[in-house]
Design a binder for this molecule. Structure first.
Ligand SMILES: Cc1cc2nc3c(=O)[nH]c(=O)nc-3n(C[C@H](O)[C@H](O)[C@H](O)COP(=O)(O)OP(=O)(O)OC[C@H]3O[C@@H](n4cnc5c(N)ncnc54)[C@H](O)[C@@H]3O)c2cc1C
Length: 290
């Protein structure tokens, strides 16, 4: 398989990339890690006239701790993020989720910005962004902009990004100290895209869960928070009855689709099982257990 013909433009700066993108309009695609874009070209599902390579733009790949949160540059690679000390310290959940993104070769090329822009409904980054209330930062010819993750993903493979907009970074607000996390995913083979996944963060105060966040993928066209499941646990000790209530609420909020890999009813059932595991792990970790 080989891609259809395209022109290749290498941007050296962000301004140059923005200029090229504005000039070429819908005919252009940004090239980041190429791990989603190149297969789409090879399968002839996309035929952009121009690829604008942003791999050589300086300053787009850093990871830094700001006052509000952890900022990850759009061109940071999945593997590099998973190994970064601030991630291990602040967001071990992210490091754990990255282990389920494809294979090592994909993780060493693929970028957080590319994954968010691609908005694959089975991808881990969109799930993490929605769970953690991330802010997606952008630049366009109109200046700096951004989106809350909750309103960024519009449907499968579709985001709120304008055609002339580039993701520059993502900020993940810090969690409350001592928060626990859980991440549970199932795919048919290791490295495949997920059939479903659930991610959870919560704090534990005097034996009760606080600040509960639960998000799922595989429960619709975009990752989504399970608000009713969060409410079922908030301020409660997640005993068996509460856990069952949260799982039932999550299943009720899911709107999974069936495909070659799994039926809708299987995905709904699976989501509940994964939610039970992720909540239990988050509660255990919030209690200070490894
Ligand atoms: C075999 C295989 C298995 C995979 N398994 C998984 C998996 O399990 N989980 C998972 O999450 N992913 C998986 N992936 C996808 C992988 O994570 C990709 O790296 C990711 O989806 C896209 O990132 P990229 O940097 O490669 O982007 P690219 O492929 O270069 O670009 C993807 C899209 O995003 C746009 N884009 C890129 N960067 C920006 C930017 N900064 N601003 C605006 N638009 C931008 C491009 O124009 C393009 O439309 C898999 C890929 C393969 C080939």
């Amino acid at each position: 398989m080989k891609p259809p013909p395209f022109r290749y433009q290498r941007a050296e700066t962000l301004d140059q990339a923005l200029l090229l993108l504005s000039a070429e309009g819908e005919a252009a695609k940004l090239l980041a890690g190429g791990q989603s874009l190149m297969p789409l070209l090879n399968f002839r599902l996309l035929r952009p006239a121009v690829l604008i390579d942003i791999n050589h733009v300086a300053g787009l790949a850093g990871i830094s701790e700001t006052e509000r949160g952890l900022r990850i540059g759009a061109m940071a690679r999945h593997a590099m993020i998973a190994e970064a000390a601030p991630i291990m310290r602040r967001f071990p959940l992210i490091a754990a989720a990255m282990e389920d993104v494809g294979h090592p070769a994909i993780r060493y090329r693929g970028t957080i910005g590319g994954s968010l822009a691609q908005a694959d409904p089975a991808a881990e980054w969109p799930l993490l962004a929605v769970l953690l209330d991330a802010r997606i930062e952008t630049r366009s010819p109109r200046g700096e902009g951004g989106y809350e993750a909750a309103s960024f993903f519009r449907s499968a493979l579709t985001t709120a990004l304008a055609a002339d907009e580039i993701i520059t970074g993502v900020e993940f607000p810090y969690l409350a100290p001592g928060s626990g996390w859980g991440f549970a995913e199932l795919s048919r083979r290791h490295g495949d895209f997920a059939l479903a996944a659930v991610a959870v963060t919560l704090a534990r105060e005097e034996g009760r869960a606080r600040g509960v966040r639960i998000a799922m993928l595989g429960g619709g066209d975009t990752p989504r928070r399970a608000g009713a499941a969060e409410a079922a646990l908030e301020g409660e000790a997640p005993d068996a009855a509460r856990l069952a209530a949260a799982i039932a609420a999550l299943r009720a909020a899911a709107d999974p689709h069936g495909d070659l890999h799994a039926s809708a009813s299987y995905r709904r059932e699976l989501l509940g099982v994964l939610a039970g595991r992720a909540i239990t792990d988050a509660w255990r970790r919030a209690g200070g257990q490894a």
